[in-house]
Ligand binder design. Structure first.
Ligand code: ADP
Length: 482
């Protein structure tokens, strides 16, 4: 099985969220299952080619690609995904990709990913490599299924190539002005109201991907149902419904080379179910690091998140001060994003300097320390396609409190006194009161050390490795090429 994997971020080269984690780990598991797999991504300015042992290809240089009427050129850097034999190809065009961040609000954001997607297909042509599957991820790569059936359809190389589109978050759709179709090198006459490229008078990359791909997947079974509803479909529910027979929900896995309490190289004291008491050393270390007062009986809550409305902080807003004032708890927040949520945590830190610690920004080391050192992980998302942090937390014996939506509903089982199945705490209603009650339930159970340990162990016993999910992708690939 030959698979070309298209993505706009891939750990460890570049990551802004879960997409980066998935694209850095799923290809390795597919390779282990026997796939011949090549990963393609843009070479952003922040990627250090020598640190990542990437080399500039001699053959793949100064290759022309059209954006509208202008010709641009690109080079290709190649290497192996770390700890694997997976080939990576990074598309290099400094004009478009050497910017402060991978994603921008610049006027030419559409052109950046139009260039990337065409450049990827052109590179495949230069390699004379005929993939069975092109696996696309999110809007930044979702024109590829349309290119395969239009602009690039003449090429026999792609004659039996099928496409898979994975939607990691329906909230991001790549909507641009109608004029953008002229930049795309797609047939402009295909853009008209209700056409595969049009949504609310915008040129919508994701809609094109949903219409043209052979199979659509999303990152959890529950989310695959939710996005077909008006509440969660973000305007694409109708198109998704029309393709519901080809829409599958496959839960993401986690990369156990990176997120494993027995080997994690950011944490000082490693632990597993067999020496769970050593997790407490990580709590001490975390608390000392932020210069709070350590107390075994004070539950430490962790949050690691993009600070956006999606993540449910509107539920925390009205109860946060009250919660900190009336409970012996400590809350450590790592994240950056919308000003209103940064303000929320900054003002709470000001009011409760010995109870709330807020680190604004992106910090990989701290994210591991919080995952290992917290007692409870808070993730009350409004919607959550899959969510990785709750799976990392479960794996580290850090008990999650989540809202029952998307992948959170598929991974966190609410604790109930008598059924002995719970690995965390969850609630359904998107209401501050529901969150507060759930936090109180967790605080109450935290006092019972025996039960708490059982909850932790049940979480740590869950198998979130990629193997199971990678097999499901393989089955889908086989199904569409047969
Ligand atoms: P999403 O993709 O919606 O952001 P996920 O839970 O799927 O959410 O994945 C988020 C990933 O990004 C996790 O690996 C998490 O640890 C990481 N992350 C999010 N915010 C930060 C941050 N401020 N610092 C470090 N890592 C972060």
């Amino acid at each position: 099985m030959k698979v070309a994997f298209a993505c706009s971020e891939c750990f460890p080269y570049v990551k802004t969220g879960g997409l980066g984690d998935v694209c850095g780990s799923l290809p390795k598991s597919l390779f282990d299952l026997g796939c011949e797999i090549k990963v393609f991504l843009p070479l952003y300015g922040g990627i250090n080619t020598s640190n990542h042992k990437l080399s500039l290809s001699d053959e793949l240089r100064d290759i022309p690609v059209m954006i509208g009427n202008s010709t641009h050129t690109f080079n290709v850097w190649t290497g192996k995904l770390p700890n694997s034999e997976v080939d990576v190809y990074l598309i290099d065009n400094p004009h478009y990709f050497h910017r402060e961040l991978p994603y921008t609000n610049d006027r030419d954001e559409d052109e950046r990913f139009i260039l990337f997607q065409q450049a990827m297909l052109i590179t495949i042509q230069y390699l004379k490599w005929s993939p069975d599957i092109i696996h696309c991820n999110d809007w930044q790569t979702s024109l590829i299924p349309a290119y395969l059936k239009t602009t690039f359809a003449w090429d026999k190389l792609f004659e039996s190539t099928k496409s898979v589109l994975s939607i990691h978050n329906i909230g991001y759709q790549g909507r641009f002005s109608p004029e953008s179709i002229y930049n795309s090198n797609l047939p402009v006459e295909y853009f008209y109201p209700y056409s595969p490229f049009e949504l609310d008078n915008s040129f919508c990359f994701l809609k094109a991907g949903i219409v043209y791909s052979d199979i659509i997947t999303t990152v959890s079974p529950t989310y695959s149902e939710e996005i077909q509803t008006e509440e969660f479909g973000a305007g694409l529910e109708g198109v998704l419904k029309s393709r519901s027979g080809d829409l599958y929900g496959i839960l993401n896995g986690i990369d156990l080379d990176v997120w494993n309490p027995l080997t994690d190289h950011y944490i000082k004291t490693h632990y597993s179910i067999d020496n769970l008491e050593d997790k407490e050393e990580n709590k001490k270390n975390l608390i000392n690091r932020i210069e709070f007062k350590y107390n075994e009986d004070t539950p430490v809550f962790g949050i690691i998140s993009r600070l956006t409305g999606q993540k449910g902080f509107d539920l925390l807003k009205p109860i946060l001060h009250h919660l900190l004032e009336n409970n012996d708890i400590q809350l450590i927040v790592l994240g950056s994003g919308e000003t209103q949520y940064e303000e929320l945590f900054r003002s709470a830190q000001y009011a409760f300097p010995d109870k709330l610690f807020f680190w604004s920004g992106y910090n990989t080391e701290l994210s591991h320390l919080i995952t290992a050192g917290s007692d409870i992980f808070l993730m009350p998302s409004h919607y959550e396609p899959c969510g990785l942090n709750q799976m990392y937390s479960l794996n580290y014996g850090t008990v999650p409190i989540v809202r029952k939506t998307g992948g959170l509903a598929d991974t966190v089982k609410d604790y109930h006194e008598f059924d002995e199945k719970g690995n965390g705490f969850s609630f359904k209603d998107y209401l501050p009161d529901a969150l507060e009650k759930t936090i109180h339930r967790a605080l109450y159970m935290f006092k019972d050390k025996k039960i708490w340990k059982e909850i932790m162990i049940r979480g740590m016993k869950e198998d979130f490795s990629w193997k199971i999910s990678a097999e499901k992708y393989m089955d889908l690939y086989k199904k569409i090429i047969s």
